[in-house]
Design a protein around this ligand. Structure first.
Ligand code: SF4
Length: 281
């Protein structure tokens, strides 16, 4: 029986990107290949904010503090918080999905979002069992989005399985530019991303970049060029930096203008506006 270490499993609205506002089940799996300590910090500096949080004080995600610098989903990969993420069998996961979904089914209007952490790490080996269990229960899954950092190759069994189905696949690719604190050569992988669209027949995708200043913009331009050289020509969304309403509000108009000037798309962050970026949203 396949198991997955589940950081969060909830029903909400897709808050960002091409399917903004679509009711979706979010399966946030545990683990990431990055830490992104640079978000919200002066260039070259790393956030230590999460290290000040005592993991022993928390036994659920409900009251876990939000951070304003570094990765805002730190508890989904920081091993100090791994006790908050139970190992669940695919049957238990699908039981919970059934209970979350109105009438227990996906259908065309409700999506499944696999997120993290990084959802394309080792848990990929359990996704075929997960999709099969959803299918076995006739839950009519029609659309899966992988919210990925675009550094991981696809599991061959999963590719073969998905290519035998009618499920639409979307890659929401949030490549990490240097403001994340991760190295360019580790984070920008055009050869990896281009394969997604060759391997999966029903796949489409878009880039989603967090931007907070002119340096970020220049890095995004360079990344877009690198991807275009590998024939990855998918829509580009810019998203204001800011896990808090104050920071977000400072950025949103400037980022919207930037998107218009470049013929790119703008995406708000509904989860910040509606729910103050709380866990479980
Ligand atoms: S890739 Fe995403 S989940 Fe992983 S550390 Fe960076 S921001 Fe957090």
């Amino acid at each position: 029986m396949s198991k997955i270490k589940v950081a969060e499993l909830f029903y909400s609205l897709q808050g960002e990107g091409q399917y903004l506002g679509v009711p979706s089940v979010f399966l946030r799996v545990f683990g990431c290949n990055f830490q992104c300590p640079g978000f919200g910090m002066p260039r070259g500096e790393s956030s230590n904010e999460r290290m000040a949080i005592d993991p022993g004080k928390y036994n659920t995600y409900d009251n876990l503090p939000l951070v304003h610098t570094g990765c805002d989903s730190y508890a989904s990969w920081d091993v100090r918080f791994k006790h908050l993420s139970p190992m669940m069998s695919v049957e238990e996961i699908v039981d919970k999905m059934e209970s979350l979904l109105p009438m227990g089914r996906f259908g065309r209007n409700k999506h499944l979002i696999l997120t993290g952490g990084e959802p394309l790490l080792g848990w990929q080996r359990s996704y075929v069992d997960l999709f099969e269990e959803i299918n076995r229960r006739d839950m009519n899954l029609t659309h899966i989005t992988f919210e990925t950092n675009g550094t991981q190759t696809l599991n061959e069994d999963m590719v073969n399985y998905l290519n035998e189905t009618d499920i639409d696949i979307t890659f929401s690719i949030s490549s990490k530019i240097p403001s994340s604190g991760e190295k360019w050569e580790d984070a920008i992988k055009p050869d990896v991303v281009s394969e997604y669209f060759y391997q999966l027949v029903n796949a489409s995708g878009y880039f989603k970049w967090v931007v907070s200043n002119e340096d970020d913009f220049q890095d995004i331009v360079a990344a877009v060029d690198a991807y275009r050289d590998h024939e990855v020509k998918i829509p580009i969304y810019l998203m204001p930096a800011g896990g808090t309403t104050l920071k977000y509000n400072e950025n949103e108009k400037w980022v919207a203008d930037l998107a218009m000037q470049n013929g790119w798309r703008y995406t708000p962050r509904l989860q910040v506006q509606l729910w103050k970026n709380a866990w479980g949203t």
